[in-house]
Design a protein around this ligand. Structure first.
Ligand code: PGA
Length: 243
């Protein structure tokens, strides 16, 4: 089970260090769970330093496919590794929606990151419009196949995060059945690796979502910004892993 916190464009270095110190104090009961925090680029170093020697890994929120070059505003896998960063999220729906990220660029980022030895959380998910038009499976198939084509062999460093776009930051969570259905479909397209659920995961719905067969963890946005709610979700995951 993996619980990853996607901080998006929140927390500077000072707040990051403060969060990490407080969060480490909560880790006692959550040893069974893999935990990732994903701060903005400029706070990665603060997170790596504060979490040094702990079991919590630090991921970036994006990564470019070239090692270096004329790519204004981008950061390479090697640059992340030089800071002790262990992985990256790619293809988040906010990148796809607002910054022109496509299946192809997502796949290229995922491939480059995994080749460099970084862990990868590759995000997929349908919009409300696509769901209502009955296109959920076609969209998921297209998105997952693009990633699978880039990383065809079973690669334990790759996790797919199913994040229905209509559930992100809206307070609307997929029902456990909807999440489970989508996870089963994704697994039929890409049988290897863990599949995380994301979209308004909170302390009070984490248990029913994480208990679903085929749900191997969560990608948590808003609720990962607060030490208490994030550690509660991690603790729930640990309890489920033990049982
Ligand atoms: P949310 O975000 O938990 O705030 O809905 C999830 C995500 O975007 O990864």
């Amino acid at each position: 089970m993996l619980i990853a916190g996607n901080w998006k464009m929140h927390k500077g270095p000072g707040q990051t260090a403060e969060f990490c110190r407080a969060f480490l104090g909560e880790l006692e009961d959550i040893g069974e769970v893999d935990i990732v925090v994903s701060p903005p680029f400029t706070s990665l170093q603060a997170a790596v330093e504060a979490l040094d020697g702990s079991a919590v890994a630090v991921y970036a929120q994006n990564v470019h496919w070239e090692r270096e070059g004329a790519y204004t505003g981008e950061i390479s896998a090697e640059m992340l590794q030089a800071h002790g960063v262990a992985g990256a999220i790619v293809g988040h729906s906010e990148r796809r929606q607002y910054f022109g990220e496509t299946d192809e660029t997502t796949a290229r980022r995922a491939y480059a990151a995994s080749e460099a030895g970084l862990g990868v959380i590759a995000c997929v998910g349908e919009t409300l419009e696509e769901r209502e038009a009955g296109e959920t499976e076609a969209v998921l198939r297209r998105q997952v196949e693009a990633i699978a084509a880039a990383i065809p062999s079973p690669d334990s460093a790759l996790r797919i995060a199913y994040e229905p776009v209509w559930a992100i930051g809206t307070g609307k969570t997929a029902t456990p059945e909807t999440a489970q259905e989508a996870h089963a479909f994704i697994r039929s397209v890409y049988p290897a690796g863990q599949i995380l659920y994301g979209g308004s995961v909170k302390p009070d719905n984490a248990e029913e979502l994480l208990a679903q067969p085929g749900v191997d963890g969560a990608l948590v946005g808003g609720a990962s910004l607060d030490v208490e709610s994030f550690s509660t979700i991690c603790r729930t995951a640990a309890r489920l892993s033990r049982s």
